[in-house]
Design a protein around this ligand. Structure first.
Ligand SMILES: Nc1ncnc2c1ncn2[C@@H]1O[C@H](COP(=O)(O)OP(=O)(O)OP(=O)(O)O)[C@@H](O)[C@H]1O
Length: 258
């Protein structure tokens, strides 16, 4: 039986980790991590500084090779698969705002993203039909992410929150089944946090989202499942109510709780 088949019932599991571990010169930065990320759910990875969240992201996207364990994406073992192939298979990580070209408009940024390998680039030899397809898809993405009003605005002129949304739009151009977001709310004011939270909820309607997030109000609000890491290991896993009531989680977050 595969790891994903062994997972408990519920929405289908699209990304699985079993016994995942990473050592840096003998130091266990991540150890014995099991994850089941499900379609159409938002899964948060939380934990204090240095808990291993970024390392887990790097392991899942294959930027780092695991020392131990196994990773499955959509039922396929990707433990030894290269990062670009993993992205083409549907696991895409949203990079920070630096991935957006500031002097290009919203539309131009989305079009560039659609032409990247894994986007619509395979159609390049059919100039007319592919251009139509490209424009249609670009407009649809811009619309879906509430950016229509800003279609012709330069990315540099957008608010911080909308830059983040544009950055998510460029990531969605790759049509991920699993979207990894690294602190999507970092540095945002309340209003932008609310806006981006709504967008993430929409985006998760037809794909899985795994996010590292420090804002526990956001985690409580939008995440279906929470995995708490401390010193590289999972100390609690479940819905927010469950993990936030866990004494080990409360201790880990002492002085850092809402
Ligand atoms: N390349 C590396 N070489 C050595 N140690 C590393 C390396 N990357 C991470 N570590 C160590 O692994 C541990 C986990 O780090 P990681 O960045 O994954 O934590 P994190 O939970 O993302 O922290 P933060 O919330 O501060 O970003 C830390 O102790 C860190 O110092």
């Amino acid at each position: 039986m595969t790891a994903s088949a062994a997972a408990q019932s519920g929405p289908r599991v699209v990304l699985t980790a079993r016994g995942l571990g990473k050592d840096f010169a003998g130091f266990k930065a991540v150890n014995n991590v099991d994850l089941d990320v499900r379609h159409a759910q938002i899964h948060a990875l939380i934990g204090p500084n240095g808990a291993g969240k970024t390392t887990v992201f790097n392991l899942l996207t294959k930027f780092l090779q695991p020392t131990r364990g196994r990773i499955e994406l959509l039922g396929t073992d990707i433990t030894r698969t290269k990062p670009d192939k993993v992205a083409r298979m549907g696991l895409v990580r949203s990079f920070q705002i630096s991935a957006v070209f500031p002097h290009l408009t919203v539309l131009e940024n989305v079009r560039v993203a659609l032409q990247r390998p894994g986007g619509l680039s395979t159609q390049f030899w059919r100039p007319l039909s592919s251009l139509d397809r490209l424009n249609g898809r670009a407009d649809q993405l811009i619309d879906d992410l509430g950016l229509s009003e800003y279609r012709d605005a330069r990315a540099a002129d957008l608010s911080y929150g909308r830059k983040r949304v544009l950055e998510i739009a460029t990531t969605l151009a790759l049509e991920p089944q699993v979207l990894l977001l690294d602190e999507p709310m970092a540095g945002m004011g309340q209003e932008d946090v609310r806006m981006v939270a709504g967008i993430i909820r929409d985006v998760a309607q037809d794909r899985a989202v795994l996010m590292v997030e420090h804002n526990l109000n956001v985690v409580a609000d939008i995440c279906d499942h929470v995995t708490v890491l401390q010193r590289g290991e999972i100390i609690a896993s479940g819905d927010y109510a469950r993990v936030s009531a866990d004494p080990r989680v409360r201790t880990a977050y002492m002085g850092n709780e809402e």
